[in-house]
Ligand binder design. Structure first.
Ligand SMILES: [Zn+2]
Length: 343
């Protein structure tokens, strides 16, 4: 981690420890609950270790510490409960935890850790990915453009694990292309990579059998697109299919009404929101920062993205005061809002 990032993290940690010691964080937690503001955390994968981190993944031991610390101060609840307590402004703090994409590690690690703590989670899955029908497109890119030398994953200037500059650049560019072009790019790359045998075994998805077991055990499920296309880049037919087919598959496979959706990459516009409603989803998560409230638009629910700098001082150890100060938006209030007002 670069020096400036270390200094920022350390300053935040000192502020968080002081605010915790004087009881401010506990007060702020209850204050947000009384205002009906529910934090919704957004996680993706569980894997790696504090020493060798993977992109978008939280190491299992760190997740366990995080969930245990959260469950001592919050009720980690189902989406139905979140909606109810936000409406009633229950003074007891509640929090929701979402996992996007549908990787197998959600079933193998995240769900058992949540259950151990008597908690539940919301799993938003890309339906074509489940059962390994097709890989997530960025996994194909990451495998094809993996660094030829040195470690497979690299840290960026914010201390976050990445697939390396070339793969990340390509993924970033593909996210801006019309959906059909993205598909063609990935398909041709997949053929070339398979021929050269440069493609490695891609990450594994959860199965419908696992998803059904989790539902029986109390997990919530939601949609995350049919192919994880960027919805704002889809034409009307593609958009309808990404939403409608995703929801129909989920309802059929899980044997229940599915009303929750998470926009792939957090991207939406007015057309996407209208089509999401039309497809039968009642709630949709973005990745804009904020809290769920009963008064907010249920199809533009903000979340708090959980990545290394949010919970760790040095990328290795979990720090509860730092994490809670971030979840409660202490640094946003202190700095960001002021800067935004000036901008
Ligand atoms: Zn996703």
């Amino acid at each position: 981690m670069p020096l400036w990032q270390c200094l920022i993290q350390r300053s935040k940690w000192v502020i968080a420890v002081v605010l915790q010691a004087c009881g401010f964080l506990a007060w702020l937690r209850r204050w947000r609950a009384r205002r009906g503001e529910i934090p919704v955390l957004a996680l993706h994968r569980v894997g790696g270790s504090p020493e060798s981190r993977q992109p978008q993944a939280i190491p299992p031991q760190v997740l366990r510490q995080m969930i245990q610390a959260l469950s001592q101060r919050y009720t980690i609840c189902s989406w139905e409960t979140c909606v109810r307590v936000a409406r009633s402004r229950d003074p007891h703090p509640h929090i929701a935890i979402t996992f996007d994409d549908g990787y197998l590690d959600n079933a193998e690690w995240a769900w058992p850790i949540l259950r151990e703590a008597g908690a539940t989670g919301i799993f938003c899955v890309t339906t074509r990915f489940v059962d390994g029908v097709e890989p997530h497109w960025w996994d194909v890119i990451a495998a094809a453009y993996r660094p030829t030398q040195g470690p497979r994953f690299r840290l960026n200037r914010f201390g976050q694990a990445t697939y390396g500059a070339i793969a990340e650049g390509k993924i970033h560019r593909l996210k801006t292309l019309p959906s059909e072009q993205l598909r063609q790019n990935v398909a041709s790359l997949q053929v070339a990579a398979a021929r050269d045998l440069t493609i490695e075994r891609l990450p594994v998805a959860m199965s419908w059998a696992e998803a059904r077991r989790m539902v029986e055990e109390g997990a919530d499920f939601g949609g995350h697109g049919l192919t994880h296309a960027i919805l704002t880049n889809c034409n009307d037919d593609e958009l309808a299919s990404e939403l409608k087919d995703c929801r129909e598959t989920l309802c059929r496979e899980l044997g229940r009404e599915i009303t929750i959706f998470a926009y792939p990459n957090g991207d939406y516009d007015d057309r996407v929101v209208a089509r999401t409603r039309h497809a039968g989803f009642r709630y949709a998560f973005s990745i804009e920062r904020g809290y769920y409230t009963a008064a907010g638009d249920p199809l533009k629910i903000p979340r708090i993205m959980v990545s290394e700098p949010l919970y760790s001082l040095n990328g290795c150890n979990f720090s509860w005061p730092l994490f809670e100060a971030e979840v409660l938006g202490v640094f946003e209030v202190l700095l960001w809002r002021r800067l935004r007002r000036r901008a």
